[in-house]
Design a protein around this ligand. Structure first.
Ligand SMILES: NC(=O)c1ccc[n+]([C@@H]2O[C@H](COP(=O)([O-])OP(=O)(O)OC[C@H]3O[C@@H](n4cnc5c(N)ncnc54)[C@H](OP(=O)(O)O)[C@@H]3O)[C@@H](O)[C@H]2O)c1
Length: 257
């Protein structure tokens, strides 16, 4: 099926389920995105790197709730793994309509003290991983499809300690905006969601209660984000009502500045 000028989201394939791949689907935000998209009717491939049991639990929850899903291990920075992930989605469910790249890694350290191995590990997952997944998505997403990457509100906030992580997410935003333009004519949207502090392991690990409370108090809404807050934004972007949003970074953060 080719996309014509003036085509709409209804041009997407009508046979079979809509299909989503969620990387980082085993934990945190990605886990909730997987559950939400399954509840919205997507068949979901739940990607994980090391947390096999957690990914299987997510799939079990989805299937118990009447949805369709399967777990798949893939290191997002490994091109063979990612290619196999997409092939699995296509061979099992018939194609790929949404790719949510929620896999991510954080390092928290002043720049002066940062271990360069940690810098490389963060950039391998966040930059190379986003690039590899986006490249495969660009090749394989069906018309009417949507790709969502993950940045962070820290990029705009410039909090001390987040140098390596924020630098990696700057790259994610650049890739997102360029790919949105490269996919002209394909009827595919490419956006990034930039959460503020969200209650997951990535945010909570290594922070004392006082630090968590201080960060939670910063947004005008005066709380941490939840994985569901972010999953709702992703569901909008990949769903039929969000398709006019393209080439944007959505800062979903309770209004933190
Ligand atoms: N939480 C926040 O406050 C916050 C704020 C702004 C942005 N974000 C972004 O939101 C996204 C999700 O974060 P989160 O808070 O949900 O993190 P999380 O709870 O730490 O979960 C991270 C997920 O990424 C997966 N992952 C890590 N490295 C991977 C790799 N090389 N290949 C494949 N999967 C990999 C993990 O899989 P395994 O467990 O299977 O290894 C896990 O499912 C990230 O991109 C993060 O940077 C989070």
């Amino acid at each position: 099926m080719t996309s014509q000028p003036g085509s709409t989201h209804s041009d997407r394939p009508t046979t079979g389920p809509r299909v989503a791949i969620v990387t980082g689907g085993s934990r945190g935000i990605g886990r909730q995105v997987a559950r939400q998209l399954a509840a919205d009717g997507f068949a979901v491939v739940v990607g994980y790197a090391g947390s096999k049991e957690a990914a299987e639990d997510v799939v079990r929850d989805i299937v118990t709730a009447g949805g369709t899903a399967l777990p798949a291990r893939a290191d997002v920075a490994d091109e063979s793994d990612v290619s196999a992930l997409f092939e699995l989605a296509e061979s099992t469910y018939g194609g790929v309509d949404a790719v949510v790249n929620a896999a991510g890694r954080m390092a928290l350290s002043p720049i002066a003290d940062l271990d360069l191995d940690e810098l490389d590990a963060v950039h391998r997952t966040n930059i190379r991983g986003t690039f590899v997944v986006d490249r495969e998505a660009a090749r394989r997403l069906r018309p009417g499809g949507a790709l969502v990457n993950f940045s962070t509100s820290v990029l705009g906030l410039s909090f001390p300690g987040y140098g390596a992580y924020a630098a990696s997410k700057g790259a994610v935003e650049a890739l997102t905006l360029i790919l949105a333009r490269e996919l002209r004519g394909r009827d595919i949207t490419v956006n990034a969601v930039a959460p503020g502090p969200t209650a997951t392991d990535l945010f909570l690990d290594g922070k004392d209660e006082e630090t968590v409370a201080r960060l939670a108090a910063q947004p005008p809404l005066e709380r941490l984000g939840t994985p569901q807050d972010i999953a709702s934004v992703v569901a909008f972007l990949v769903g039929p009502t969000g398709h006019w949003v393209n080439g944007q970074v959505l800062r979903a953060n309770g209004g933190i500045v």
